[in-house]
Design a protein around this ligand. Structure first.
Ligand SMILES: NC(=O)c1ccc[n+]([C@@H]2O[C@H](COP(=O)([O-])OP(=O)(O)OC[C@H]3O[C@@H](n4cnc5c(N)ncnc54)[C@H](OP(=O)(O)O)[C@@H]3O)[C@@H](O)[C@H]2O)c1
Length: 174
């Protein structure tokens, strides 16, 4: 029986859009803070494209300091200068994660949420109201059936100044 937590963490709009043209199509500082607080000290798995988009945004090339980053990729070299771990499959990513002591966060993007969705035990979702138009290259969070999930908590994101947003979290019903 699975005893550890595999948590999807994502921000999306009402159409479940999470990305456009390889980037996140909004800038909600309070959500970035929420992501940092939730994931600090944990293992975080992400796809190669998400990793590269975070690295582009980072000032010093460090991707998520204070967290053990596992990148899913068939093309990256296995030894990364930033100390990230590269996994070639979901199974390998789970082997590298320090479970069951830790919660494993799945931080996207679209392909990686799809891959981990069947194993996810919880979801920490930020709802933003941003409508995303004018892009052909949209990325989506997987569709889910509300009958399979129980809402744990829902709260407006404190201190937002740029976009209205709320955090909602769910446990998967057994
Ligand atoms: N709003 C949010 O919360 C949020 C969060 C994260 C990302 N995003 C957005 O999502 C978008 C990126 O998502 P994406 O779906 O295009 O890419 P992605 O999921 O970040 O990464 C896809 C890559 O993962 C690797 N991969 C996929 N399946 C694999 C497998 N079975 N085994 C090993 N490696 C595998 C491949 O890398 P290789 O090509 O190297 O093999 C593939 O190109 C961006 O727009 C990003 O900003 C949004």
């Amino acid at each position: 029986m699975q005893r550890y937590e595999i948590a999807l963490i994502a921000a999306m709009n009402p159409q479940r859009v999470i990305g456009a043209d390889g980037e996140i199509p909004w800038h909600v500082k309070a959500d970035m803070q929420h992501f940092k607080e939730m994931t600090m000290g944990h293992d975080v798995v992400m796809g190669r494209r998400t990793y590269e988009s975070i690295r582009r945004m980072s000032r010093n090339g460090h991707v998520l300091p204070g967290r053990h980053v596992i990148i899913l990729s068939l093309t990256l070299p296995s030894c990364m200068v930033g100390g990230e771990t590269v996994a070639r499959s979901v199974e390998e990513a789970l082997e590298y994660a320090r479970m069951p002591q830790q919660r494993l966060f799945v931080a996207g993007g679209g392909e990686i949420y799809q891959l981990f969705f069947p194993r996810a035990t919880s979801m920490y979702l930020t709802r933003v109201e941003t409508s995303v138009e004018g892009s052909d290259a949209l990325t989506y969070f997987p569709e889910w059936n509300m009958n399979d999930w129980e809402e744990m908590w829902c709260k407006p994101l404190a201190q937002y100044v740029d976009e209205p947003a709320a955090n909602v979290s769910y446990w998967r019903l057994l």
